[in-house]
Design a protein around this ligand. Sequence first.
Ligand code: HMG
Ligand code: MG
Length: 297
Amino acid sequence: MPRRVRLVEVGPRDGLQNEKQPIDVADKVRLVDDLTAAGLHYIEVGSFVSPKWVPQMAGSAEVFAQIKQKPGVTYAALTPNLKGLEAAIEAGVSEVAVFGAASEAFSQKNINCSIDESLARFAPLMEAARENGIQVRGYVSCVLGCPYEGEVDPKRVAHVAHALFAMGCYEVSLGDTIGTGTPGKTRQLIEVVSREVPRDKLAGHFHDTYGQALANIYASLLEGLCTFDSSVAGLGGCPYAKGASGNVASEDVLYMLQGLGIETGIDLDALIGAGQRISEVLGRPNGSRVARARLSA
Ligand code: HMG
Ligand code: MG
């Protein structure tokens, strides 16, 4: 088990991107500021994608302009192409993420191109990011199942993860987009992918649709991973993966890590407060089991 784990908070992006109701910029800013105050070191704030594809992320530049950025904390955004990177640079973003997939059908649905085309699009983005001193993280979606193709061969995941790493992504996050993975398959996946990308350069991104996310994180810890993406109050889902529920709740991951004696630097009570506030804004029950237990105690 690692002594320390890095949590990548994706609630403001992965969490909110799927919301149909309009969310005020002020509420998004408050969420990011609350997460900063809770001690998160990495917050994915928004996306510079087509507003026709994901309308909820259209205000990302305004959010970046208004959040209080704390030194030492990374505030990142998704960018699917050069146009997105240019918008992110203009908004003062210091780290971005590109997102590919291990499934052809998902790639088409999500970013309107094949896997090879997506990698070709990322190349000039990587070049421009390098010139501007911007770090790039990589995502691979559908690593443990695809909503359109079903089973996904770990070797296909390894191929895309390696391509992203080789083109300069400093870390590759493995996305169980629809949450169908189980711990045994997760371990097998990491075993195969780590032949191409070192384990300390891999992150786990588990959606909790089938209630397997915490078990998959535990399995990943046993395989030597020490970076995990999670979403406060379990917000979210992917608009191009029907039925996908939110990422595993950050509060639940933190509670498990604390129980294992693993450090994160994050304050659980403050995180619960952040999740409860945004749940109230959205008018829905808090998706974190730990938050619900603590708040009803
Ligand atoms: P396209 O239609 O093929 O793009 O979409 P295009 O280059 O042909 O351009 C079409 C229009 O979009 C043009 O505008 C462009 O200017 C505009 P028009 O002339 O029609 O007015 N456009 C943009 N506008 C703003 N920002 C941009 C941008 N690029 C083009 N960056 C595209 C291709 C990639 C743009 C589109 O498919 C898209 O935006 N997709 C984003 C989908 C998305 O955000 N999905 C959710 C995030 S991924 C996820 O959740 C999974 C993850 O969490 C991991 C996991 O769970 O597995 C990361
Ligand atoms: Mg996701």
